[in-house]
Design a protein around this ligand. Sequence first.
Ligand SMILES: C[S@@+](CC[C@H](N)C(=O)[O-])C[C@H]1O[C@@H](n2cnc3c(N)ncnc32)[C@H](O)[C@@H]1O
Length: 141
Amino acid sequence: MGNDSVVLGHARALLADGPGAAVVAGDMRRHGAILGSPDLRGLIDLSLPVCVILASVLHFATAPEADAAVAAFTGAVAPGSYLICSAGTSTGTSPALITRLQAIYEGTTMVTGRPEAEIADYFDGLGSGATRADRRMGLAA
Ligand SMILES: C[S@@+](CC[C@H](N)C(=O)[O-])C[C@H]1O[C@@H](n2cnc3c(N)ncnc32)[C@H](O)[C@@H]1O
């Protein structure tokens, strides 16, 4: 799933002949359309455990939008599923670096830097069987 036409074009070319993969054009903030996509539904049986991976994308949305996306994707999957996410965080990150990143992406998308605890909260309430395994990667300023 992605919202960049160049990325989607390359993904379609790379995956065109491969089974077990689909490319869904969409904005994670419009999660209903992604979850309802025939391509996704034709490939993934959401009644069975799956792994939701939100890699390096959540910081491209406001906090409420990112929270709603995580809630929608984790709410749509079966018990026993996994959640993996990486997101830029303000915790331990130089404000100057965040400002620089926001300047780089200006005009294309927002960049939010949220406290690490807010990202960690995504793993609360996933069910009594949820196990948290995380690792923090620091970015130099
Ligand atoms: C830093 S790249 C990460 C790509 C890939 N997930 C990875 O880990 O290698 C961020 C990607 O998220 C996409 N993206 C940004 N905002 C998005 C949104 N609201 N919905 C869906 N994709 C988005 C960008 O177009 C870009 O392809």
